[in-house]
Design a protein around this ligand. Sequence first.
Ligand SMILES: [Zn+2]
Length: 274
Amino acid sequence: MPELPEVESIKRYLIAQNIPDSTIHRVEIGWSDSIAAPAADIETFANRVSRKRIATIKRRGKYIVSTLSDQQDTQSHLVLHMGMTGSLHVRNPSDPPVKYRRAAIYLDDNRRIELNDYRRWAKLWALDDPKDAYPKLGPEPWDLTPDEFANRLRTRRSRIKPALLDQSIIAGVGNIYADESLHQTGISPLRRANRISTQRLTRLHANIMDTLNHAIQFISTHPSQDGSPYVVDAYDDRMRITRIPNSPCPTCHQPIKNTKIAGRTAYHCPTCQH
Ligand SMILES: [Zn+2]
């Protein structure tokens, strides 16, 4: 699943392609389930975003938020979530369509932004207030002080791993990056959040930001052939932990264990993580 670093990379790619300041000429939606309420039919959605200028493109958690403005300078928003397999590609008129094209946003400069999505779980919203797409989303790790981060977790009785994945507590930490950050801090994913010292939670906060920044850096220096962001792969060398049971821990070389916690597989080292 595209996680925060992949989504951040897509955002930076769109900005590098000078998408802000372009005007949306029209949209084509090939899969009506891609669009979410309130503009849940293709025509309403197309009317809400067409002939609007893309003023800014930002990221919030795993969402791409584009502020649109019309000729009267009234603002609205186009919000995108990449689902399990979504990615965005800027295409020139002579470029063929992407393989699993679910939507195309045609721009007034004749380019188009295509949503490639094999699994069809990506979503698009046309909204006045972008928060309606993610009403319960918590703050980003970068927007929290170490103390605020620790405060959000130390009252939780759940295990630390599902607490990190709870997007209402902190936005944007996915399965793989939670495992990486916990390993780096030496905290077991099975430990209850309220049993971890503030000092260790503070270190975890720094390591989450480090892990995410490292991944953003890796993705931005490994573009795919057409220049669009690197496709997510949990097994590449941006990760310290090899996500294969019994592979050696990068620190102590003892076998890495995989454990199901709240429905998600955690890879961790029983020797290094407590
Ligand atoms: Zn170890």
